[in-house]
Design a protein around this ligand. Structure first.
Ligand code: A2P
Length: 350
């Protein structure tokens, strides 16, 4: 086994996903030589703990990537657009958790359980898909391989942590204010999130002329790119619910070849990254509260669609900060360290 260790930067280390990245890097014993933590000026001098040591957060700038081999970005799309090129110039491979480069034809969009080999085609940046897309494609890939998916209809129930640390704080503060009959001044969500449900993601500039939200279009376009199949028809309704962590999805799929509910359970029970939780007699099905802090994509309520010949219904739940973001990015990082020749690629080709 290789004992090589790598210089890693985490951009957005103080955020909700950044925090999760640090714990997963530690948990999985990622082979790290230097860990560089980067955030905004607001975090200058702050220290974060990693493997029992305190590491000072540095302010992100154009020179932050000198000597870095893998840069994990999770500080928002505008930061990625500005600084991924700087990371590439410095010779680092970026794994970008934002939507900045996901649909760029020169940037692979990767879920390691679905299309790991796309990583080989990188040009310095590999995009991590949208959280809701990741958990859905992990659950659907084995069904697509077995029966070829024709159409997907998905409705999401997404937790507030997907909108960042401040959104979590806002949900609790607003709930407390409502309980105490106080007025609450919202800063993140455009409408009440506590004890309410918002069919608008993201919370700012959400809707297109055709009535779909940005998040819905991400699910539609990213699914086709990751599955490598433009013929799959996808429609989505994405919804924010007052849950701190883990996204839930009601997924309906129509396949070319019939897959029974039992066959689906069998296929999913063998699929990488999936855990079937589907025993109605025991009241067992996936719950956001149980998925929180866990790695698998949980699938349950698997049943044949009564309205369709070749249709399946299922309930898919995963921790949006782990598999939906940090874990998926670190799995991509693990693929890179297992294929270290890919870390030199953009340097040798430039
Ligand atoms: P900071 O904590 O210094 O603001 P979340 O999505 O949970 O809100 O986290 C966003 C992350 O992105 C945080 O780590 C935040 O750092 C970081 N970030 C936001 N704006 C910038 C910026 N201009 N430069 C560097 N990091 C940024």
């Amino acid at each position: 086994m290789s004992t090589q260790k790598f210089n890693i930067a985490v951009v957005g280390a103080t955020g909700a996903v950044g925090h999760e990245m640090l714990s997963i890097l530690e948990e999985r014993n990622f082979p790290i030589n230097e860990l560089r933590l980067l955030a905004s000026e607001r975090s200058a001098g702050k220290k974060l703990s990693f493997k029992g040591k305190e590491i000072e957060v540095q302010v992100l700038n154009e020179n932050s990537f000198e000597g870095i081999e893998i840069a994990l970005f999770s500080a928002g799309g505008s930061i990625s657009k500005k600084f991924v090129p700087a990371a590439i110039k410095a010779g680092a491979v970026s794994v970008d958790n934002t939507s900045a480069f996901r649909m760029d034809p020169n940037t692979p969009l990767v879920v390691p359980e679905v299309n790991p080999d796309a990583i080989k085609d990188h040009n310095g940046c590999i995009a991590n898909p949208n959280c809701s897309t990741i958990q859905m494609v992990v659950a659907l890939k084995p069904l697509h391989d077995a029966g070829k998916i024709k159409r997907i209809v998905v409705s999401t129930y997404q937790s507030v942590s997907g909108a960042g640390v401040k959104a979590i704080q806002e949900m609790y503060a607003e709930a407390q204010a409502i309980i105490e009959n106080r007025v609450y001044q919202r800063q993140i969500f455009p409408h009440q999130i506590a004890f309410n449900i918002l069919p608008q993601i993201p919370q700012e500039n959400a809707f297109m002329k055709n009535g779909y939200s940005e998040e819905e279009l991400k699910m539609i376009n990213e699914t086709k790119k990751i599955m490598g199949d433009d013929s799959i028809r996808v429609t989505a309704t994405t919804v924010r619910v007052p849950v701190e962590r883990a996204h839930s999805e009601a997924v309906n799929v129509e396949t070319e070849k019939k897959i029974t509910a039992d066959q689906a359970r069998e296929l999913l029970s063998k699929a990488p990254g999936v855990q079937v939780q589907d025993d109605l007699d025991k009241g067992e099905f996936p719950l956001a509260s149980n998925a929180t802090g866990q790695d698998p994509v949980f699938v349950g309520r698997i049943r044949e669609d009564l309205s369709l010949e070749n249709g399946l219904e299922m309930w898919v739940v995963a921790d949006n900060l782990r598999k939906g973001a940090a874990l998926n990015a670190i799995q991509i990082g693990e693929y890179l360290v297992a294929h270290p020749e890919l870390l030199k690629k953009q340097v040798s080709s430039s």
